[in-house]
Design a protein around this ligand. Structure first.
Ligand SMILES: NC(=O)c1ccc[n+]([C@@H]2O[C@H](COP(=O)([O-])OP(=O)(O)OC[C@H]3O[C@@H](n4cnc5c(N)ncnc54)[C@H](OP(=O)(O)O)[C@@H]3O)[C@@H](O)[C@H]2O)c1
Length: 263
């Protein structure tokens, strides 16, 4: 089966392409690096020729409100139109658990717009809602840092390894479209402040996490369960401590243009 992975050079995309190939599929990594740009449409028709499935794990280079909205709206429109023309039978997209509860953030409004375009299109689809990647915890710390302090709320979070996200997306891409949303999460829940505290301690980072129920997460005030998935979520296996102890654990930094500073 030919499966095109948009964002195939990214954190999740590169793992996903490898896993799909291990399962014997013809997985094509598509991104500006390889001449496929969903924003401009460049290279899309050619890449999608003969594809059965398209998986979109791309991300906007800028998280500034207008830029991120333009990225997800324009890319998704271009992609869905190219899929319709190529006769693609399954569109899979990666989004975030709790997107509909995080709309005070421009980033999540853009993810919501992406999801709505997919739901309104004629292409059978599966939307995968994942929780925060372990690789993203450093980004949360960085964007929340104020001097030597990191104010964070004690909201629940159920993060997961990027490797487990890629496995879950791969399984869904190889299956039939669900025409709905599937939630995936990690095997354990943490308090957000405590998770970042543990991460910084393990990395011998001197920043101090300060528990502050009013501190914002990417500009959003969190309630206890904003970030956690429902009871039906499929859970990854990798535990945070196991991931932390891996010297090669990939670390993803915060994006250069934060939506709003936490605190
Ligand atoms: N971070 C989290 O905790 C989290 C949690 C749940 C869901 N998600 C979602 O997971 C998805 C993937 O995240 P990630 O961290 O794997 O992303 P990433 O590592 O930042 O990779 C982004 C990918 O998008 C590609 N891209 C950028 N502009 C493009 C364009 N115009 N046309 C086609 N491709 C383009 C990049 O290609 P180049 O390398 O060529 O620039 C790269 O392959 C995102 O949609 C995000 O919302 C993230």
């Amino acid at each position: 089966m030919k499966i095109v992975v948009i964002g195939g050079s990214g954190l999740i995309g590169s793992k996903l392409v490898r896993k799909l190939r291990e399962h014997g599929h013809e997985a094509v990594a598509a991104s500006p690096d390889s001449g496929v740009n969903t924003l401009t449409g460049e290279g899309l028709a050619e890449a999608l020729k003969g594809a059965s499935v398209v998986v979109d794990v791309s991300n906007s280079p800028s998280w500034e409100d207008a830029a991120v909205m333009k990225f997800f709206e324009t890319s998704t429109r271009n992609l869905l139109a190219a899929e319709a023309a190529a006769g693609v039978g399954h569109h899979v997209a990666l989004s975030v658990v709790g997107t509909d509860r995080l709309l005070a953030s421009g980033y999540f409004r853009a993810k919501m717009a992406q999801e709505n375009l997919i739901k309104g299109s004629s292409i059978p689809y599966s939307i995968v809602h994942a929780t925060q990647f372990f690789e993203f915890v450093k980004g949360i710390a960085d964007i929340s840092t104020d001097g030597s302090k990191v104010p964070l709320p004690p909201a629940l979070i159920q993060p997961m390894a990027a490797d487990d996200v890629a496995s879950a997306v791969g399984r869904i891409a190889m299956g039939s479209p669900v025409n709905g949303t599937v939630e995936v999460g990690g095997p354990e829940q943490f308090r957000l402040d405590e998770l970042v505290r543990r991460f910084l301690a393990a990395r011998k980072d001197p920043r101090e996490v300060v528990t502050d129920p009013r501190a914002r997460y990417y500009g959003v005030e969190l309630s206890e369960r904003t970030l956690v998935p429902g009871d039906d979520a499929r859970l990854g296996e990798t535990r945070f401590e196991t991931w932390l102890s891996q010297p090669t654990g990939q670390i993803q930094s915060a994006k250069p243009q934060p939506v709003r500073k936490a605190g």
